[in-house]
Write a protein that binds this ligand. Structure first.
Ligand SMILES: Cc1ncc(COP(=O)(O)O)c(C=O)c1O
Length: 388
């Protein structure tokens, strides 16, 4: 295993810092909201500090260096060539998703989504007045895969496919072959793809994600990709993200909705942070973070194997959100979630909000000591809950 040079072990208190995760219910150890309890990479802090030292925060014109950072990152790290004019900066990927849905479909249109799914996606589809076409992932022998036959049937009637690549919460890193098969079906039926790739760089050492649009030119023409450094570099509070659309017709539609709906200049701090992140030093930090998170995962899985072997912890091919099958213990984990919060002051997410209550989602992007404390509480609570 690679040696870790950055400090991911120090526990940095986050209470009373306007943290959604830590201040939502004070006093509860949170292993839920998807941000990390690690300090951002030094190169990001330096880039922000430079802005702060300058001290003037007027309206921002997105500089070429920003676009070059995005282009450089995906070209270097993922072999996907992006051009400047394809990039539409936006404040976040959830608003970006709603924006793309609004621009690329009509009220009442069907949008295919794989479930279980990131909870906000359900709201995006509903709030935009579109109809969810649920293509359930197949869960067999503790692993997830696509149901291609069902997907193809749905494509006959759908306008859009909302892809989550890699997948939250199932933790799947879709292979090139899987994505290619999906994309070919979309091409066949004229379905446009919105590909959320926010978790793209959170993968175990030695793994890499495949940008959907980068697979082939035909996919590029039917896809808008949603990319951002916020999840992978723990800068979600800085609200910097991008919609990447190679097809000028799709881009124009998205751009128009953006202008009347969410037009805003870029946040200067977010702009600086992105450029700090997408550097060789940022890359180094990211690779080290992935080693640490992977070690956390192995630690967590081992603890479950020792204490509750009935719980199946799915392989974590991507994201720092472990997904565990509690169905051998209970059919629905919502009550357990509430019980653990109330009585054991630890918060893990029942899979209910993602569309499968048999599961639990656990955020493991924290110092090992925090994870240990959290798991101690979960196991003690689970024992008490079962023996009530
Ligand atoms: C798949 C996915 N998309 C988007 C987001 C949030 O994006 P943003 O904070 O840019 O709105 C998350 C957060 O967990 C996520 O898991």
């Amino acid at each position: 295993m690679e040696k870790i040079i950055y400090d991911f072990d120090t526990v940095i208190p986050r209470e009373n810092t306007s943290s959604y995760k830590w201040d939502y219910i004070p006093g509860v150890l949170p292993l839920w909201v998807a941000d990390m309890d690690f300090k951002a990479a030094p190169c990001i802090l330096e880039a922000i500090q430079k802005k702060v030292d300058h001290g003037i925060f007027g309206y921002t014109r997105t500089p070429d260096s920003y676009y070059n950072s995005v282009i450089g990152w995906w070209g270097r790290r993922h072999g996907w060539t992006i051009h400047k004019e394809w990039i539409l900066p936006v404040g976040g990927l959830v608003p970006g998703t709603s924006l793309c849905m609004t621009a690329l479909s009509e009220p009442g249109d069907k949008i295919i989504m794989n479930t279980p799914a990131y909870n906000a996606f359900f709201h995006c589809i509903k709030d935009c007045g579109r109809e969810l076409s649920e293509n359930k992932l197949i869960y067999r022998d503790g692993k997830y895969s696509f149901d291609f036959e069902d997907f193809e049937e749905r494509c006959k009637e759908a306008k859009l496919f909302l892809l989550c690549n890699p997948q939250n919460p199932a933790g799947r890193l879709w292979t090139r072959e899987e994505l290619e098969r999906l994309g070919d079906i979309c091409l066949k039926y004229g379905v446009t793809v919105i590909s959320d790739e926010i978790h793209c760089d959170i993968v175990p050492p030695g793994s890499a994600y495949t940008p959907f649009a980068g697979i082939k030119e035909e996919f590029q023409q039917i896809c808008v990709s949603l990319v951002s450094p916020t999840k992978c570099f723990n800068i979600a509070g800085l609200q910097v993200a991008n919609i990447v659309a190679a097809n000028p017709v799709l881009r124009e539609k998205v751009s128009k909705v953006m202008d009347w709906w969410v037009y805003t200049d870029m946040n200067q701090i977010g702009e600086a942070a992105l450029q700090g992140a997408f550097t060789p030093e940022g890359e180094n930090w990211l690779d080290q973070m992935n080693v640490y998170v992977h070690q956390n995962f192995l630690y967590m899985r081992e603890r479950f194997a020792q204490e509750f072997p009935q719980v199946h912890v799915c392989d974590l091919e991507a994201t720092y959100l472990a997904w565990a099958d509690f169905s051998a213990l209970m059919p629905d984990t919502k009550e357990l979630q509430d019980y653990l919060i109330k009585n054991f002051k630890v918060w893990i997410n029942s899979g209910e909000i993602y569309g499968d209550a048999r599961f639990v989602r656990i955020n493991i992007a924290c110092p090992r000591a925090t994870l240990k404390e959290g798991l101690d509480r979960v196991f003690a609570g689970l024992r008490a809950y079962i023996s009530r």
